[in-house]
Design a protein. Sequence first.
Length: 543
Amino acid sequence: MKATQESLSKEYHESGAWSDVPLDELFRQTATEHPNRLALVDAPDRSTWTGGAPRRLTYAEADQEIDRLAAFYTTVGLSADHVIGVQAPNTVDAVIAVLAALRADLIVSPLPLHWRQKNVLEALNSIGAKGFIAADRVETREVGVAARDVAADLFSLRFVFGLGKDVPDGLIELGPMLAEMGKDLTFTPRERPDPADHTATICWSRSGEENVPVTRCHNHWVSAAQMIVHEAHFKDGGSLVLPYSLSGLTGLGGGVVPWLLTGSTLHLHHPTSLANLAAHANDVEADVVMTPGPLAQTLDRKLTNNKTTVLAAWNIASPHPTTFVARRRLVDLHIADEFALVAKARGPSAKMKATALGKHSGPNGCESGPALLEIAVTDEVDTQIQTLLVKGPMVPEIGWRTLNGDQRRVRWEGTGFLNTNIKVELTEDGISGFGIPGQYALGTGNLETIDVIYGNYPGIREAAAFIVEDPVLGARMYAALVPDAGHVPDAGAFFAYLDAEGVDLAKIPHRVLILQSLPRNPDGTICRDRLTMRTQRLPAAVA
């Protein structure tokens, strides 16, 4: 199934931005040329946060597993363009499962790890998923149990597979199943015209209270990763430490696809602490390590190899304007939700560069390279605050065809640009952050709807959700609660209530502020700015 208009596809191929090589074939090419090169390595502490012992595979070993698993998918009845959801953390097993699905011409929908059962159910139902792969657990969350319950409620879901050690009954354990079938599984690839133009993934963008599917073909992913490979000076056969899950543009576009393009070694990491990430990168002598942008300066001081490149991921709507002299190459990766990304290496001034309007090639500033992205902003009157517009070889064309046959187009302007609905501020140098860093990424949408969720807790007269800037995460959600007369709410019981109600993890507050009343604006609405200031003045009142 192709996801791009024929005229655009022809233009991208002629420019050199697109090729005829799908993602799984990139892996196969390296396996053929360098079969003994190390391909995938689990984090050494894997067993502490998900099931299974750490694994490490060469390209030849991994390619064999990918072939056998692709054969298994087709054997059980999954066929080309069937959608299969994946909710699993950074493990060798998860990467193999995704690449095998792509080799079998399936469409992979990687789901965010923080999604609860109801989010997974709604998403898989809306895209007509036929299969679902889930880890047994992520830390203390029983992801496998939730997947089994999703299957019970979604009759169109024909296959539910489990990864890990303690897969619950009702899920097909992929590891033991493949071992039992042994070498009887052989995969025969099917001929497909323009294979890299076909849909590879359906990722998810947050629009208000709705999760919106964003469709990408193999070439969309390669175009996004090309800029990173050039800017970060990825070398063939190097090593990358990836602490991001495989659920979106940051983890896939910023980590997995650059790994595939360069035939590198991918060291998978589960983020528990910055010290742990630095130690992991030091132990494997990483050439590139990814990190959230606000942590880049601290990570730079903890790395021992001055040749390690730090790839700092930021929300394009609100990066911190940090300036520091790094001891190594530092590349800022500006992520525009699930729509586009820009990679820019910092110069000697150590200042983060504003993202310029116009065309972006790889590497930046190279006039001869194909344009991978074009950026513009909407025309707003009497204000500097505008909305980000993007188009180009890395930008997805459409959403997804829903069960009733409607094509869910993402937000397009008449000029051919996709309107991301991301607010930015236009300066002389380009676009810069707007609002509280990380607020867009929280997917908070309408805070008034979260007020109602908090206010439904017994003994609460009124409640408000508000955002507080955080130096590490960018932003955190807080809750302000006004109890009924004579009632003293218990913070622990409040969090337990939200968990029992299945509230989205992004909407569960980091802290709770207990007040006698909520501050109001002259028009009677809640003044959330004053609530934010109170967290700094009244630390003792924050639970």
